[in-house]
Design a protein around this ligand. Structure first.
Ligand SMILES: C[C@H](O)[C@H](O)[C@H]1CNC2=NC(N)=NC(=O)C2=N1
Length: 97
């Protein structure tokens, strides 16, 4: 899978909420939760999805803030799969609202 042009990625991100591009290769978003363990539930759901599709984000847990960073390692940048997955991450997050 080929990496996308960053300008195209940034254009697509305007349709979403809270996603940024870092170092021209990472999609990054901070998800906030009211409870620590709810954030952990969210992480577990992302982990299961990651295993299903064999495509894994880097996830940091900072109390009630979960930071998700995603790129396609082998492609060396952001791919259609990454753009598809971040929408699935947002859908999972919506279920916790
Ligand atoms: C061997 C295994 O299929 C690969 O390392 C997978 C695992 N998860 C992955 N996750 C991400 N984000 N990018 C990859 O290129 C990738 N490759």
């Amino acid at each position: 899978m080929e990496k996308l042009q960053i300008e195209q990625v940034k254009e697509e991100l305007k349709q979403l909420e809270g996603w940024k591009v870092e170092d021209d290769r990472w999609l990054v978003k901070r998800f906030r939760f009211s409870e620590f363990l709810t954030g952990i539930d969210f992480v577990n759901q992302l982990a299961n999805l990651s295993e299903e599709v064999n495509h894994h984000p880097f996830i940091s847990i900072e109390y009630k803030v979960i930071t998700v960073k995603l790129t396609s390692w082998r492609a060396g940048g952001i791919t259609e799969l990454d753009m598809n997955l971040i929408k699935q991450y947002d859908d999972i997050y919506q279920k916790f609202k």
